[in-house]
Design a protein around this ligand. Sequence first.
Ligand SMILES: [Zn+2]
Length: 503
Amino acid sequence: MVSVVFSAAVGGIEAQIINVETDVSDGLPVFNMVGYLSSEVKEAKDRVRTSIRNSGISLKPKHITVNLSPADIKKTGTGFDLPVAVALLAAYEIIPYDILKDTVVVGELSLEGNVRRICGVLPIVIAARDNGFKRCIVPKENALEGAVVEGIDVVGISSVTELIEVLSGDSPLPIIEHKEVVLDGERNYDLDLCEVAGQLIARRAVEIAVGGMHNLILSGPPGAGKTMLAKRIPTVMPFLSFDESMELSRIYSIAGLLDSNRYVLTKRPFFSPHHTATVPSVIGGGIHAAPGAVSLAHNGVLFLDELPEFSREVIDSLRQPLEDRKVNVSRLNATYTYPSGFMLVASMNPCPCGFYPDRTKCTCSPVSIARYRRRISRPILDRIDLFVNVEKTDFRDIVGGTRGEDSRSVRNRIEKVRKIQLERYEGTQVRFNSQLSGGLVEKYCSLSEPCKKLMEKAYDSLELSARGYHRILKVARTIADMDGTDHIREEHLTEAIGYRGFV
Ligand SMILES: [Zn+2]
């Protein structure tokens, strides 16, 4: 008998429905699996056979052929174990076939017959729903991830035995109750910007950076509170929307980072890879073409603490995701695309000892300072809009106990600035001032005569590059938006020039 069971394969952040066709006939007892399979999928037949046997079911040796189609999609991962087992049980007429017609099945099997968690349940359940299926059978451990999707039943299964019972109708389908995604914003964060005492200049720079989604470098001596400040940046970003939450949760689902405590992401990520991180861990890749740090920071902050300590390759590899807001990850003969719309925040010491320009403490030679800074490549520096010096907090600020403005107040202002940009760039690809390029900079950052003169002077005296010149205009655009004015004025430019940093 031939049976068809539906499953799904994940590619990028989308999933596609896969047909698992099984033919069982008399003849030489063999078990063939075909259909452009990776080695893990080919190994499914051993896990499936053993786990069915260890669930107390003996299948008569027959000629078994399993075909996974469409043939042009490479099937990877271990999620096809369960659908193959179901297809086999249906073909042997151990379970009824009818219910399977509108069901998608995914899950890995252990040799004892338990169903194990897999990666990518969320995109799979979404794909199943979008393709008109009524239910999705998934590993119980992953079920909550899928239960956030409306309009489809998610069934959590923990063993082959349980599966046979429910599919035979001996016990009711264990449908997981639909989980409403609650984006409750404020209570999500256990940090707040008010905990940063003093630091008025750095706080202002953070507000500008988030306002226009400008990338930011915090430079300052050790202990100045660069990391403390950076960690609070997501708390001033506008709250995650439902669509953003789903997009981010898909990425975390594919990366296998969701569990019963965190089955959906409701706050903006702050992702901070260690400086020993490799290119695949930052960009994405590895055996399973998993999303990297740039995608795990999507819709949030990618923080590189001590930027010059990162390898040159890692820093250079950030160029493409920064430019395109998405990243292509290749593996064997497949390429996956993951979103990477993050805000880059990096911290660094201004010199090897950390105390430059305080010459009473800094003992570094100009040559060693120059060498240290050269470790950050030009192409990345070209993509950083704001450089800010974070001074060590004034003793009076700490002792005086004056708390800074809280995240909510700052976020309220940022939301207004974001709205101005969304309206201005409506109908274009641009969402933030930082995304302006070439002719668009000229168009949206037009300057009055006095402003032009000011910039001309700055261009010559500061030896600006064309890119550097544009960066100043974009930051000034954001500062003018914070001021609620259409026209960039001299004071906006002067402030923006102040964040130009050492390049
Ligand atoms: Zn130094």
